[in-house]
Design a binder for this molecule. Structure first.
Ligand SMILES: *Cc1c(COP(=O)(O)O)cnc(C)c1O
Length: 424
């Protein structure tokens, strides 16, 4: 294959399998049965019962926390989490510059100011960039475990404790990822997770909040689960019990059919993660030998959920060759699931964080981020290629073909310089 020309130059592509090369979540007969059984039971659940209670119990047990609360989305879980923790107008929350924007957008609805901070070499919030951003208005730190790789959460927990700040985790990429054997999502005062389509634990749509703090849990119920759940679960002795009927009037309940999918998926999560671990170890070993790309692996003792395998592009290893053209050649090789994440980008590059005023008038003079302010996060974003991590042995051939695509493009990059990209 070494001598086969690049597909971009008319050669045979390295990846010849029919698309799609990766689908998620895995839907089995058990998933189908879980959904049809739920259809026959009920499609509306108003209190903590049935599949909602079952999944919440299973999540609390899986993560080792006291309370799990299902929501309609990860965004809703984040919103309820911040609201329940008392985040409000004028407060500052230190957040990663590099995260999916929904980690932060709920803070805007609460009138809080997001204070962006830089990333470390794995793309996660850098503990070393937090202290200098703490002011008398800072109330909390929020951390995302990007692409499934745990952040330096123990160090950040220490910092939060030292400064009397709350710590929140966004585990939406990282269900089942661990730090020294302990699951991410159990380090913060509370954590929020998405169960949206491609996430490691998927319900199609949905999310959940985790916390050991019963007061926070009750307030989260008031935020987005009014009436029955609040009346049943908030003790009558609790001062806010009298608001149980209306709560705060928002409704973030999960759909029972989504909960049924989530419960089915959770039963297989550790098997899926073990399969991903095998594939990731193999891919990293093979890709590490290829000049131009460097796999990002978790710190010693940590385990990723491998939501994505992130390759840092190292143009200096292949003569300064630009990523745009490398990526185009890779796609021509048929590696259609190789991705350069677009909307998951440093938040200072998004109009909402540069000029919030037209959508959030009360925040108009509070912050105005600009490109160039987070050089490490921006360089990270500009230099990564993301691969899916297959969990089935059956996908080994596809994984091999993807490695071959990288090997070919790196080996032939000088062809791209000398002959240029041929069109037509
Ligand atoms: C997907 C995601 C969210 C939002 O979750 P939804 O379920 O889509 O609302 C938040 N944060 C991160 C890091 C995510 O990946």
């Amino acid at each position: 294959m070494t001598s086969s020309p690049l597909a971009l130059h008319g050669g045979t592509p390295a990846v010849l399998m029919p698309e799609p090369h990766f689908t998620w979540p895995p839907i089995t007969d058990a998933t189908r049965k879980a959904v049809t059984d739920q259809l026959d039971r009920t499609v509306s659940i108003y209190n903590r019962s049935g599949v909602v209670a079952e999944l919440e119990d299973a999540l609390a047990a899986y993560f080792g926390v006291r309370h799990a609360l299902l929501t309609s989305s990860g965004t809703a879980a984040l919103y309820s989490m911040y609201a329940a923790a008392g985040i409000g107008p004028g407060m500052e929350v230190i957040v990663p510059a590099y995260t999916f924007f929904a980690t932060v957008t709920p803070l805007l609805h609460l009138g809080a100011t997001p204070v962006l901070a830089e990333c470390d070499e794995r793309g996660n919030l850098d503990p070393a960039d937090i202290a200098a951003r703490i002011t008398h208005r800072t109330r909390a730190i929020a951390v995302t475990h990007m692409w499934g790789t745990p952040a330096q959460i123990a160090q950040i927990r220490e910092l939060a404790d030292k400064h009397g700040l709350k710590l929140f985790e966004d585990g939406s990429h990282a269900h089942g990822a661990t730090v020294s054997g302990r699951k991410v999502g159990s380090f913060g005062d509370a954590a929020a997770f998405s169960m949206n389509g491609p996430k490691p634990l998927s319900a199609g749509e949905g999310g959940f909040l985790l916390t050991d703090d019963s007061d926070l849990y009750h307030r989260a119920l008031l935020h987005g689960q009014y009436n029955k759940r609040c009346r049943d679960e908030i003790p009558a002795s609790y001062p806010l019990h009298r608001y149980a009927i209306t709560g705060m009037g928002l409704k973030h309940r999960i759909h029972p059919l989504a909960a049924a999918v989530g419960l089915d998926q959770l039963g297989n999560l550790d098997t899926y993660l073990a399969g991903r671990d095998r594939t990731a170890a193999y891919l990293c070993e093979r890709l590490r030998e290829i000049p131009g790309v460097e796999p990002i692996v978790p710190a010693e003792g940590d385990h990723s959920s491998w939501y994505g395998l992130i390759l840092r592009y190292r143009s200096e290893q292949i003569g300064g060759f630009p990523l745009d053209r490398y990526f185009a050649a890779l796609q021509a090789e048929g590696a259609s699931e190789a991705d350069r994440p677009g909307s998951t980008c440093p938040l200072n590059l998004l109009p909402l964080f540069q000029e919030p005023g037209p959508l959030f008038p009360s925040l108009s003079r509070r912050f105005a981020y600009a490109p160039g302010q987070f050089p490490r996060a921006e360089a990270f974003h500009d230099s990564i290629i993301k691969l899916p991590v297959w969990h089935r042995e059956d996908d080994q051939e596809t994984a091999n073909a993807y490695v071959e695509a990288f090997r070919k493009v790196s080996a032939h990059h000088t062809d791209l310089i000398t002959t240029g990209v041929q069109h037509g």
